[in-house]
Design a protein around this ligand. Structure first.
Ligand code: FES
Ligand SMILES: [Fe+2]
Length: 370
């Protein structure tokens, strides 16, 4: 159980975060805090939910979950993308149970109330027998939906900021690294069930202080002495040039290729978009919380057709290997945090400023305005 009133506006903690002290251990192990995160972080921000190509045709839909909110994204009759709470106004069931498909109406699997793709209730069996019943009283609840390149994001709350405002300069920075994410083709998706708090995965992503120790392959590829982390309002960027020795070894692959550096971007709260040196490529990581001790990480890989098949496979295997090295680390951190022997750590801010930026966003979302 969380210590009484642990999450409240605490000027001392806020000031400590400013000096690079970390969030205290209970922030990663407490179930009440986790419930608050679902509501105040995931249900109140832009969440990556899928690819535009998954809902390309009229009637295509995909169902997902954002925090505790079941969500359905559909391509409507006019060709516009729409998102709704996938929750039936009759008795509260989810309307659609399948993960994806194509439908001209959204019919609840429980008693067959049926909505159009525009969210208006079209039919409810025997509703004429109920005095005063009006279909107009039961539309599906629309949610915020916007796209960035091939990616769809949903915000369950009336959004105080558009996705574009949240992204800020992030798309420009990615383009400046030579990556044209719109031109890439989706290759595959991999999922990793991990025994750690979702924030530990994010924090591990946000620094390369551990790369020399934990990722020998990565350290051979990227020049860690010239690695930089910059933080912005709702995102941060890590970039490091391709090592000269790595370029020499694979002149055929790297010499004429569009990306000459690694660029690893993070968007609050749980989305990462990575470009590796080489011909056009991108990978996304999405960190989905399950409970305070578990999360699911979903990787997606994208390549330009200029990247030969063999090299595509090698890059996926390389990134998968780095991820396996990271899983050992992040599960170990969670065991340490649960031990009772870790109270509050200290960041090395020259290397771990990305974590400080993230922890301040977590603090603001959970502790401020209470
Ligand atoms: S709960 Fe959906 S139709 Fe009854
Ligand atoms: Fe790592």
């Amino acid at each position: 159980m969380m210590e009484e009133n642990m999450v409240h506006h605490d000027p001392l903690l806020h000031e400590a975060l400013g000096r690079g002290r970390t969030l205290p251990a209970p922030w990663y192990t407490d179930s009440e805090l986790f419930e608050r995160e679902k509501e105040r972080i995931f249900a109140a921000n832009w969440n990556y939910v899928g690819l535009v190509e998954q809902v390309a045709k009229i009637g295509d839909f995909l169902a997902c979950r954002v925090g505790e909110v079941p969500v359905i994204v559909v391509r409507d009759e006019m060709g516009a993308l729409r998102a709704y709470a996938n929750v039936c106004g009759h008795r509260g069931s989810e309307v659609v149970l399948e993960k994806s498909g194509n439908r001209r109406t959204l019919q609840c699997h429980y008693h067959a109330w049926t909505w159009g793709l525009d969210g208006a209730l079209r039919a409810a069996p025997r509703c004429q027998e109920q005095a005063g019943f009006s279909k107009g009283d039961f539309p599906l609840t629309p949610l915020g939906v916007e796209t960035f390149g091939p990616f769809i994001f949903v915000n369950p709350r009336p959004a105080p900021r558009s996705l574009a405002a949240t992204l800020g300069q992030m798309p420009t920075i990615i383009r400046s690294a030579g990556a044209d994410i719109d031109a890439l083709k989706f290759r595959e998706r991999r999922e990793y069930a991990i025994k750690t708090n979702w924030k530990i995965v994010v924090e591990n992503f946000l620094e390369c202080y551990h790369c020399l120790v934990a990722h020998p392959g990565f350290a051979d590829l990227i020049d860690l002495d010239r690695y930089q982390v910059t933080t912005h309002e709702y995102f941060s960027v890590q970039r490091g040039p391709l090592k000269t020795s790595a370029k020499e070894k694979r002149k055929d692959l790297f010499e004429a290729s569009e990306c000459q550096e690694g660029i690893y971007t993070y968007l609050w709260p749980n989305f990462m978009l990575n470009i590796y040196p080489g011909p056009g490529n991108a990978s996304t990581n999405l960190v989905l919380p399950i409970d305070e001790h578990h999360c699911l990480v979903v990787y997606e890989f994208f390549f330009s057709e200029r990247m030969p098949e063999k090299e595509q496979r090698e890059m996926v295997d390389f990134i998968d290997q780095v991820q396996r090295e990271d899983i050992i680390i992040v599960e170990s951190v969670q065991r340490g945090l649960r031990s009772g022997f870790y109270k509050q750590g200290q960041l090395i801010l020259s290397r771990e400023n990305g974590i400080q930026h993230f922890q301040k966003l977590v603090y603001s979302a959970l502790a401020e305005g209470l």
